[in-house]
Design a binder for this molecule. Structure first.
Ligand SMILES: C[S@@+](CC[C@H](N)C(=O)[O-])C[C@H]1O[C@@H](n2cnc3c(N)ncnc32)[C@H](O)[C@@H]1O
Length: 394
């Protein structure tokens, strides 16, 4: 009595030539349990309830955006600018600090660890942390979020940090984190839009001078690249208060990779996988709209369809040069992994943070310890370092 697993039927006898076999009702011959003891399958509602139980209760469940049909263009009906800032600030304000344990149970923890390692690597390789011999460096962080990088900076014993973010709730959480960390250096916190307002309108001059040794902008640039005016305000905020020889370090979405992925399909306005989704307002060619080329970004357990803008790298370096900043390093995250692996302390940090697959590393292959779909998100980003020219006037 052969069983056909595709049709889920038993065939009593081989089918006659040219005749389909008679299906037979499911009737197992050797039962282990009585028929009435069969378990009722779990319902969809029960599955969802179980998922909610094992999920961080402080976090709203984000849904990926629906697939956008190929060729559809999201109308740019809402004016670029004000709304995005409110949306971004509201989004980050809503994502409350959940504590270390909850953070560690995130489904994208390998990605978060990797991003943290990249930031540590950029700080180690390009931050100016030893300017005032023995006195520690002065650090300015723009778009600091909830202060997730405080501990990374602490390893370099800064003298003072000034931290700014548009999201006031995030800034309060950063301040709390600083207080709970009992750091032995001073920090000041401010909530305002550093793409729209010059720093000295809000931050007292006594905190802006002496000039900073390093300015850090991690995963923030793409929120403010809506107009040339705002991009200039941001870059001059970073450059104006940086000492000659000081560095601006940061991470953002790599425009080349972003647009290359969009153009893999000749009609698409969106792409992604189970970990992330990007949906553009319009399909534009690289360089066609250097400011205000908007898309919405969804990232599993982290970002809920928040508006971002393509950071046109040619425009970025041009304005940076005008502000007296010249490029010393730019690399996509996969390249930073290779560069960092060549550096012994960074390699040890990679291993401690479980960012790479240790078995593969032992065999001589540096592979990220995460599923390919998650790695696809990481390789969308790049890190950079710019140095303030010694003769800059800005
Ligand atoms: C992805 S989070 C990164 C936070 C932090 N830098 C990190 O690496 O963990 C981006 C941060 O940029 C902030 N941000 C976005 N636009 C901003 C603006 N115009 N001025 C200041 N902060 C801004 C957001 O509120 C958010 O906290």
């Amino acid at each position: 009595m052969p069983y056909d697993p595709v049709k889920d039927v038993y065939h009593d006898a081989p089918p006659e030539e040219g005749r389909a076999p008679e299906p037979r009702a499911y009737a197992p011959l050797y039962r282990v349990t009585p028929p009435e003891s069969v378990l009722i399958p779990i319902t969809k509602e029960q599955v969802e309830a179980l998922k909610r139980q094992s999920q961080n209760p402080l976090r709203a469940r984000a849904q990926p955006p629906p697939e956008v049909p190929r060729g559809t263009v999201r109308p740019a009906e809402v004016p670029i600018g004000e709304l995005e800032r409110t949306t971004v600030a509201t989004h980050y304000n809503k994502r409350r600090e959940v504590g270390r344990d909850a953070r560690e149970s995130s489904p994208i923890i390998p990605l978060k660890r990797f991003n943290n390692w990249v930031k540590s690597a950029l700080i180690s390789m390009y931050a100016q942390v030893g300017w005032n011999a023995g006195q520690g460096a002065r650090i300015l962080e723009l778009g600091c979020g909830k202060g997730g990088d405080l501990r990374k900076w602490d390893r370099h014993r800064p003298a003072v940090m000034v931290l700014i973010d548009i999201a006031d709730v995030s800034i309060e959480q950063a301040r709390l984190r600083y207080e709970e960390g009992h750091y032995r250096w001073a920090a000041e916190f401010f909530a305002f839009d550093c793409f729209r307002r010059p720093l000295d309108e809000v931050v007292p001059r006594s905190l802006l001078e002496p000039l900073f040794d390093t300015v850090s902008m991690q995963f923030c640039l793409h929120y403010g690249w809506d107009s040339e005016e705002n991009a200039r305000t941001m870059l001059s905020n970073a450059a104006r208060w940086l000492r000659p020889g000081g560095t601006l370090i940061g991470t953002t979405v790599d425009d080349e990779t972003l647009l290359a992925r969009l153009h893999e399909d000749e009609h698409a306005v969106s792409f992604g996988n189970e970990c992330y989704r990007i949906e553009f307002d319009q399909r534009l060619e690289p360089g066609e709209k250097p400011f205000g080329n908007r898309y919405h970004f969804w990232l599993l357990d982290a970002v809920d369809n928040v508006p971002e803008f393509v950071v046109d790298w040619a425009a970025f370096t041009r304005i940076a040069e005008e502000c007296g900043l010249h490029l010393v390093y730019k690399a996509r995250f996969d390249e930073i992994l290779s560069d960092g692996y060549a550096n012994r302390p960074l390699r040890q940090l990679l291993e401690r943070m479980q960012v790479i697959d240790s078995n593969m590393a032992a065999a001589g292959v540096v592979t990220p310890a995460m599923p390919p779909a998650m790695w696809h998100v990481c390789t969308l980003y790049m890190g950079f370092a710019l140095e303030k020219s010694v003769d800059a006037t800005a």
